[in-house]
Design a protein around this ligand. Structure first.
Ligand SMILES: Cc1cc2nc3c(=O)[nH]c(=O)nc-3n(C[C@H](O)[C@H](O)[C@H](O)COP(=O)(O)OP(=O)(O)OC[C@H]3O[C@@H](n4cnc5c(N)ncnc54)[C@H](O)[C@@H]3O)c2cc1C
Length: 504
């Protein structure tokens, strides 16, 4: 059977027909003077902002649910591939780049957040950023929050449907663990909610990647409780100061500390040595935090003077790197064109502490690589209590922490890009014996096409999808394929790492 992508790969007439079908809807084609600024507004990785990067034949900036319905029906009837974009943070640009003719369905104007403190819920449109979600919650209540990402410009559409985690994860799990309803546009252009889409599709879009199944219009989220004030802190250690021993101990305790405490380790190269910054958030006051940390992890050397108490909403700005005192309205602002660099990222799950001698080798590789940094995010707490099949996101009990590897650079040019990416891949290869195996688990939101892609022009699409599907979803992959087969058997919602239906 031909996939949608195959059919549309050389079809100027279909594109014309699509554009005529979508006329009277907010559509930007390359001859429109705002096309480039609309395209660039939500590109977060400079690697996909080059002149040579493939461009969409049109961008539809949906302002109403009916625009989404019309885009889906026009694209489907003319076999045009769509890429759905909300916040544009996809690490590999898969929400706005394709190697076959395509249109972008841009959701960023659908950004309403409607908070109902009485029943502790909110409806969040897909184009809202997590910053807007946090801001709107705090506007109504100082003791409610939502567990989502740390970067405040992430779009709810992509971020939540890929899992979504942040510093409330050990207490409340992922974003998807706190979603209770959704509104989508299905492949036929129907608007469905949890009741009408069925529990299996509702399961699939909470962690299986929405873009394989439907367009997410909005999520209904369950708010969580936070105290009036939380405590944040940062403690830095270099290798000379004993960082190796401290991070070795961190591996053993971070996932076992009180679930009110999230203690991330950021590993960077500073002045030709490795610096480990421990960044923490505690759902309570400093007086309760200090004995908890100092009893289990005295090596951290946490002092009262390292700790700052603030309302939860201010802590979201602190985590996003803004100085203390930044007005909370900053959470709602989106730059016209983000300042971005080139980057490539990868991820791993660690189930056993990495021995000290291997840590030393890792430091050597980091120092040689210069542009590499790593983020180690502790699991445990609530993450251990949720079954791996509760949502498509399978990485639950048994994980000590999640590693994000990140290589970024400023210089233009293909040589420097290739050199950096090659180095990161070598680094990842070095890590193989130290991390999860069979499968080597990967976090969907840290999109990495190195773990496998399916190309539209091949016929064994489902087999190819199994290569990355097992790493992203483990045993949940087959259920995702079943859901996909039921809701989108012709594979309209398709991209390089989407779930394929059985007939493919
Ligand atoms: C600077 C930065 C910081 C990050 N921090 C975190 C973090 O703290 N925690 C974390 O979990 N992740 C984090 N991420 C990863 C992030 O969660 C993912 O990139 C996520 O997919 C972003 O969603 P988006 O809507 O912004 O991106 P997009 O690029 O718009 O979308 C990403 C994917 O979702 C699909 N999609 C988007 N909108 C919809 C929709 N409405 N319906 C169906 N499918 C849709 C896209 O087609 C694409 O496949 C970070 C990324 C960056 C660049």
């Amino acid at each position: 059977m031909l996939s949608f992508s195959q059919v549309n790969s050389h079809s100027p007439i279909k594109i014309k027909k699509f554009l005529s079908c979508i006329s009277n809807h907010p559509t930007y084609t390359p001859d429109n003077s705002s096309f480039t600024s609309i395209l660039n507004m939500h590109i977060q990785n400079k690697r996909f902002k080059l002149e040579t990067t493939s461009k969409p034949v049109a961008i539809i900036t949906a302002q109403h649910e009916s625009h989404v319905q019309k885009t889906v029906t026009c694209a489907k009837s003319n076999a045009i591939q769509i890429r759905i974009r909300s916040g544009g943070h996809d690490y590999e640009g898969l929400s706005y780049v394709s190697d076959v003719p395509f249109v972008i369905l841009d959701m960023f104007l659908l950004q309403n957040v409607d908070v109902n403190v009485e029943d502790g819920t909110a409806w969040v449109q897909a184009g809202a950023t997590v910053g807007q979600v946090y801001y709107n919650i705090a506007n109504k209540s100082k003791v409610h929050a939502f567990p989502g990402g740390v970067c405040i410009t992430l779009g709810a559409g992509g971020h939540f449907s890929g899992g979504g985690y942040g510093n409330l994860m050990r207490k409340y799990g992922l974003s998807v663990d706190n979603i209770i309803d959704a509104k989508i546009v299905d492949v036929k252009g129907n608007i469905l909610d949890r009741n009408s889409m069925g529990e299996d599709l509702f399961w699939a879009i909470r962690g299986g990647g929405g873009a394989s199944f439907a367009v997410i219009l909005a999520w209904k989220i369950k708010l969580v409780s936070v105290p009036q004030e939380v405590t944040v802190f940062k403690v830095k250690w270099t290798l000379k100061e004993g960082a190796t021993d401290i991070i070795y101990k961190w591996q053993q305790v971070a996932s076992k500390l009180h679930e009110d405490l999230f203690l991330r380790a950021m590993l960077t190269v500073v002045n030709e040595t490795v610096q480990v910054s421990f960044i923490g958030q505690f759902l309570g006051h400093t007086e309760r935090l200090l004995p908890l940390v100092n009893e289990r992890f005295p090596e951290l050397g946490l002092k009262q003077s390292d700790c700052i108490q603030m309302p939860w909403i201010n802590s979201t700005l602190y985590w996003a790197g803004h100085p203390i005192g930044t007005p909370i309205e900053t959470l709602t602002s989106i730059p016209k064109e983000p300042m971005i660099s080139y980057f490539k990222a990868k991820s791993d799950y660690v189930k056993h502490p990495i021995p000290k001698d291997k840590l030393m080798s890792i430091w050597d590789l980091m120092i040689k690589g210069e542009n590499i940094w790593m983020q180690w995010n502790p699991y445990g707490g609530r993450m251990e209590q949720i079954s791996p099949s509760e949502t498509p996101f399978p990485h639950r009990a048994g994980n000590l922490f999640l590693i994000q590897y990140y290589m970024s650079w400023k210089e233009d040019g293909i040589e420097v890009a290739n050199r950096n990416i090659k180095y990161l891949r070598m680094f990842y290869e070095f890590m193989s014996p130290l991390v999860s195996r069979f499968p080597r688990e990967t976090f969907l939101n840290y999109r990495d096409i190195d773990i496998g892609v399916k190309h539209p022009s091949t016929s064994d699409t489902l087999d190819m999808a199994r290569t990355y599907g097992g790493k992203l979803f483990k045993d949940n992959f087959e259920k995702l394929v079943q859901v996909k087969t039921r809701v989108d058997p012709e594979n309209f919602f398709s991209y390089e790492q989407s779930i394929a239906p059985y007939s493919y």
